[in-house]
Design a protein around this ligand. Structure first.
Ligand code: AMP
Length: 539
């Protein structure tokens, strides 16, 4: 028997319509790329999104067209998200930190018709625009006064483009399975692969993100997404804030410790989210200048493993609740979040940190299993570990333009991560499959070693890579970036690790480096480190 409920499609446009109608005055605050702070309400954002939709229609943009963005988190990027998806087109966010040849690949693969860029990225688009076959114009996200000089032919100013257009646009109603946005995930080899989100998945993911056990969004919260809108839709935050009327603070181009601290304090941010590399900068700034966090209540650390020392610092030194999170571009992206039960919160510090170091439990909408090499399911006992596989309504079923993908078999998506899951559903990433160090037929988790090394006061950042070894296949090499003003001693670091890991896990050598290569999404590039140290001779 079929239920008698309305057939109302789940559309991205419904999010901004709702925000404007119910939370019209709630603020969206941006540090602009031009410099000054900009503020307005959700109703204003909705009006300008409608102006933009009218303007795009006048340029000939139609449903299904792909429209690119290469931009920071600002109110204009927010308007583009809703205007483009709302009119039935596809908002294709690109990561500006990728190599120009990869940007060109994505522009051509997606067949973008227009691309929005911040002033900052005009030189980048100048390098590739003429080779992007489908591209008809570049829209610079600024006003007339700030338009840069450029060699590009069809360069359009954002404010000029929307100026004079009606701020009322009839958002079309269409099939909820229609694509809403597109984000390429850059593998370590081969070309980037396009993850094509649907309106339906985006709305369902927003409901999940808003839940108390995930981000706990509402109009009494204020969130600062440091995670960029070009990385998996800023973890879905712009959609979920519109759904819930959460005050939204956008950091623009400045992600340094001082700039982030200023916004956290001045805007009374209650909740922020980003990758560990950003929090390293914030912690260093706050410690150096004796700053405290007066309003911040919670922080999500995800994208790569949150070091135990970082969780401890936010919890103990700054009084902020840490929620460790895990996800993937392919998962919209939230896959797990570590929100503690009241009983766990009350545990002694070290026991609590043991749990918080895990990546967390899947929210409703994500199913997980771990399997051995033959694909057999392994027990959820917190001990067994294997390939992590996931499924759910906001997890991708394939890649754009790729007929088949190895990652999709039996209706599950293979994450290429190795993990354990305990009896209460808390998942812990052991490592990425390709980062695991295979020594004498056994596995060594690079994540675990890095986490332990970062507990040493002289170590600001650590990365462990496998070095080819004639007898053991691979042996771990520990690379460290020192804490400012400290001079780590190799023997001292190894002695520190000695009683914390099995003897055969101890790195064969320690090398101090000035900095690590950081990838487009703020993660340490292990591939580059492996390349750099491929001829390294272990003692
Ligand atoms: P991306 O799609 O670029 O966001 O990368 C997803 C990958 O990042 C995952 O498959 C994991 O390998 C890694 N990752 C994300 N969050 C975490 C985390 N909290 N701990 C360890 N690895 C993580």
């Amino acid at each position: 028997m079929r239920g008698l409920m309305m057939d109302t499609p789940l559309l991205v446009s419904s999010l901004i319509r709702h925000a404007a109608a119910v939370y019209g005055d709630q603020e969206i605050v941006s540090r602009t790329v031009e410099g000054p702070i900009h503020r307005y309400g959700y109703a204003d954002a909705h009006h300008r999104s409608q102006q933009l939709a009218n303007a795009l229609a006048s340029l000939g943009v139609e449903a299904g067209d792909r429209i690119g963005t290469i931009a920071w988190n600002t109110y204009r990027h927010f308007e583009i998200y809703f205007a483009v998806s709302g009119m039935g087109a596809v908002c294709h966010t690109m990561n500006p930190r990728l190599h120009p040849s990869q940007i060109l690949y994505m522009l051509n693969h997606a067949e973008d018709r227009y691309v929005f860029v911040d002033q900052t990225f005009v030189p980048l688009i100048e390098q590739v625009a003429s080779q992007a076959a489908a591209l008809k114009g570049v829209i610079v996200m600024t006003d007339r006064a700030s338009m840069p000089d450029s060699t590009l032919e069809n360069l359009i100013c954002y404010e000029d483009l929307i100026d004079g257009h009606s701020d009322s646009f009839e958002w079309p109603e269409f099939d909820e399975w229609t694509a809403s946005s597109l984000c390429y995930t850059s593998g370590t080899t081969g070309n980037p692969k396009g993850v094509l989100y649907s309106n339906r998945a985006t709305v369902l993911h927003s409901l999940t993100v808003a839940m108390p056990s995930v981000l706990n969004l509402s109009d009494s919260e204020c969130i600062l997404p440091i995670v960029p809108m070009f990385h998996a839709n800023a973890w879905g935050i712009p959609y979920a804030t519109a759904m819930t009327g959460t005050k939204l603070v956008m950091p623009g181009a400045r992600l340094d410790g001082e700039a982030v601290y200023e916004l956290l304090n001045d805007e009374r941010v209650t909740f922020t989210a980003g990758v560990p590399t950003v929090w390293i900068m914030l912690l260093a700034y706050m410690r150096e200048h004796g700053k405290k966090l007066n309003h911040l209540d919670r922080i999500v650390i995800g994208g790569s493993a949150a070091p135990r020392s970082m969780i401890r610092a936010f919890e103990e030194e700054f009084g902020v609740e840490v929620r460790h999170g895990w996800g993937m571009t392919e998962m919209s992206p939230v896959g797990a979040i570590n929100t503690l039960s009241p009983a766990m919160r009350a545990l002694p510090e070290e026991e609590r940190l043991d749990i918080q170091s895990k990546q967390g439990r899947p929210p409703f909408g994500v199913e997980m299993k771990i399997t051995d090499d033959a694909g057999n399911a392994l027990p959820h006992d917190g001990v067994a570990y294997g390939e992590l596989k996931v499924k759910g309504p906001f997890i991708c079923s394939g890649y754009l333009g790729l007929e088949e993908s190895e990652a999709h078999a039996d209706g599950w998506f293979d994450t290429n991560d190795v993990a354990s899951i305990d009896g209460q559903g808390y998942m812990q990433i052991v490592d990425r499959k390709k980062d695991i160090i295979k020594s004498g037929g056994e596995w060594i988790s690079s994540i675990d070693l890095e986490d332990l090394a970062m507990g040493h006061p002289d170590v600001m950042q650590a990365a462990v890579i496998g070095i080819a070894h004639p007898k053991w296949d691979e042996r771990p090499l520990l690379l460290i970036v020192p804490t400012s003003g400290r001079t780590p001693n190799k023997q001292d670091i190894l002695s520190y690790l000695e009683d914390k890991v099995a003897k055969w896990w101890l790195p064969d050598d320690v090398v101090v480096v000035e900095s690590f290569p950081i990838g487009g999404t703020g993660k340490v590039l292990k591939t580059e480190l492996r390349e750099q140290f491929k001829n390294y001779e272990l003692p």
